[in-house]
Design a protein around this ligand. Sequence first.
Ligand code: MF3
Ligand code: CO
Length: 271
Amino acid sequence: MLLRRREEPIQLKTPAQIAVMREAGLVVATALGAVTGAIEPGISTAELDAIAERAIRSAGATPSFKGYHGYPACICTSVNEQIVHGIPSTRQLLKPGDLISVDCGAIVHGYHGDAAVTVGVGELGQPLADLAGACELALRAGIAQARPGGHLTDISHAIEQSVLASGAYGIIREYTGHGIGTSMHMPPAVPNYGRPGRGPLLAEGMTLAIEPMLVLGSPVTRLLADGWTVISADGSSAAHFEHTVAITADGPVVLTAAAAGQAGLEARDGS
Ligand code: MF3
Ligand code: CO
């Protein structure tokens, strides 16, 4: 989301509400799995959007992106120098070697899930594969800090440190992660860089969408004339990974993990 600075309370969820958010997260994970499974040279990003919409609606959920401030699709498809919020199009056909981020959101019983993955179309060149790997690793480092007693920017700092350890990548600063719950974008903003130990104390029941965005070159961005698509100003390729995460007494729980992660979640619940 676009960085906003304002102080508002952070919404806390009960374990029952977090269980509903897991349902929404599972729908998002399933939709992303369907979309990434269909990615191949020649497919259009509009076809990918149709696949996501079918997956979301057939699960009885509602796509959260469609109609959000007038956004026209169920997913964002951001290819190569597009960083986030690319609009699916029948005219955008994927080519071998493209790097595409797919971002998806769904609502179940009023609660949101939001996640993104970046994948290659066919074989990726090593620099792009490394970029995507660094971004996914940074997301995992951030998630590990989403625990009670820490500060918000412990997440930010862990992401930045992870990126620095991976290579000379640009971290996007003009867009951040966000609180999520009964709306997709809620306080607090979750920056992907910064000093640790700052910002609100993290507490049980908070749910955050953590989403590092990296580029091969300069992190300066430009908004296309469509009013949505964010690209790197220098045209360098971008990667973006996102998970919706709950802060629990036991630590972070990734609500948008794929179904394979469900067993672990249930073992934790004792159900
Ligand atoms: N995951 C995206 C974000 O947090 C949401 C896409 S915005 C929409 O910025 F307008 F496409 F819905
Ligand atoms: Co998001």
